[in-house]
Design a binder for this molecule. Structure first.
Ligand SMILES: Cc1cc2nc3c(=O)[nH]c(=O)nc-3n(C[C@H](O)[C@H](O)[C@H](O)COP(=O)(O)O)c2cc1C
Length: 170
């Protein structure tokens, strides 16, 4: 099922407003949709087999980040941090719009650099698939469990410490 252009725009708008170091806004998004199936297929070709399910999505995005500050040209060690923040904004807006967004690190980076013609001063972060949730029954069996099982996270005390590492917040 295609995704409405207004929803895509509101997701990108959400990403656009993320905070970033020195307000560099290092994120860039190369967007492919089923408006142009040929180009979408080309973009899908960088995905690893483990992420083949994402080929069902009507939107595929290559998310990249500029490595150096525009002013002065120094290395921006926070470029990926800031890309992640923008991606998360996009993620939350996707859910707000009733969509599913999935970030993927499982793709052929070298191939992606060629396919998407990524300039030297940019680094590829993730591929992003966006679409409406498939029904349980149309999902290939090996993806069903993952898509519909309860979500899991570390305990609070494992990720938040009081005053020293290891002294978990209760
Ligand atoms: C940067 C990043 C890369 C990811 N790469 C993949 C991937 O290549 N394939 C995949 O199936 N899931 C990928 N995921 C999804 C994570 O596996 C998923 O977020 C995690 O298991 C927690 O599941 P939940 O988000 O559904 O709670 C990625 C998530 C992030 C944030």
């Amino acid at each position: 099922m295609p995704v409405e252009r207004s929803k895509l725009l509101s997701m990108i708008e959400a990403a656009r407003w993320a905070p970033s170091s020195k307000n560099e806004q290092p994120w860039r998004y190369i967007i492919f949709t089923n408006d142009n199936p040929e180009k979408l297929m080309e973009a899908q070709s960088v995905l690893l087999e483990s992420n083949a399910y994402a080929k069902r999505a009507p939107i595929l995005i290559c998310a990249i980040a500029k490595k150096n500050y525009s002013e002065g040209g120094k290395y921006n060690r926070l470029h990926f941090h800031d890309l992640g923040a923008a991606n998360e904004n996009m993620f939350l807006e996707a859910f707000n719009q009733g969509l599913i967004m999935h970030e993927m690190g499982g793709f052929d980076v070298q191939k992606a650099i060629k396919v998407f013609n990524i300039p030297e001063d940019f680094e590829i972060g993730v591929m992003i698939a966006i679409g409406y949730q498939d029904k349980y029954t149309v999902l290939p069996e090996r993806f069903r469990e993952k898509a519909f099982s309860p979500r899991e996270r570390r305990k609070l005390s494992e990720i938040a410490y009081v005053e020293e590492i290891g002294k978990g917040l209760e």
